[in-house]
Write a protein that binds this ligand. Structure first.
Ligand SMILES: *Cc1c(COP(=O)(O)O)cnc(C)c1O
Length: 221
């Protein structure tokens, strides 16, 4: 109990300090507590400490943990931060409040269909592969504008944010800068970037959501 609430407080304080250092209001940056592999009993410690925004990277794992927790804490905002398969789109629309990983036309089309069918409208971010890594999900930076236009004009989807996961072996700052510039050019307000080791850096570059797991819950098994 103590540990999770203490780590949450530490991370929040670091976010506030990083925001203050560049003259941003601390409430312009929201903490997404990433709970992949974290059991529900430990998630509850974060909930009891007041944390309300959470992220999961797998639809199936989230389905096993979150319906019960959401019933007890109805003001939870749950983000999908991992890749979305089209055969999981129905469950994803039903469970998540924000889907951060829209990254290809097929998934945009299926999300649009599901949102209409269910009458439920999670907020959508586009994942950008800023490092242009072949094995990584996300749309190429050069293709992002066309993709967002397609989402808007063809599928009537509003894209509220951009998200990135920088390459492990590169300085993240240049990727944060690249994503921020793209968002500015495209008139997009939300930027989801920064994880346990670099979230303060991401705040300096304009993150509005940082996604932090290890620094709150400890190393994953
Ligand atoms: C696991 C994960 C995180 C959190 O990573 P930590 O290094 O544990 O803070 C953030 N974003 C995504 C997409 C993840 O899968």
């Amino acid at each position: 109990m103590e540990r999770v609430s203490k780590q949450l407080l530490n991370v929040q304080q670091e976010i506030t300090a990083a925001a203050a250092a560049i003259g941003r209001a601390s409430d312009s940056v929201r903490l997404v507590a990433v709970t992949k592999t974290v059991p529900a009993s430990v998630i509850e410690e974060a909930l009891e400490a007041g944390q309300r925004i959470f992220g999961e990277n797998r639809v199936q794992e989230a389905q096993a943990k979150w319906p019960v927790l959401k019933e007890r804490y109805p003001d939870v905002e749950l983000h999908l931060v991992g890749p979305l398969q089209s055969n999981k789109a129905r469950e994803a629309v039903a469970l998540f409040d924000v889907i951060e990983t829209v990254d290809r036309p097929k998934i945009a089309r299926i999300l649009a269909e599901e949102m209409t069918r269910q009458g439920k409208h999670p907020r959508l971010f586009v994942q950008v592969n800023t490092g242009e890594e072949p094995q990584k999900a996300g749309i190429a930076p050069d293709e992002t504008e066309d993709f967002i236009v397609l989402c808007r004009d063809t599928y009537k989807l509003t894209i509220d944010g951009l998200m990135c996961i920088p390459p492990l072996d590169e300085e993240p700052a240049m990727h944060f800068a690249r994503l921020a510039k793209l968002a500015e050019q495209l008139g997009i307000n939300d930027l989801s970037m920064g994880m346990s080791t670099d979230f303060a850096r991401a705040v300096q570059f304009g993150a509005t959501y940082v996604r932090v797991g290890t620094a709150i819950f400890g190393a994953r098994a």
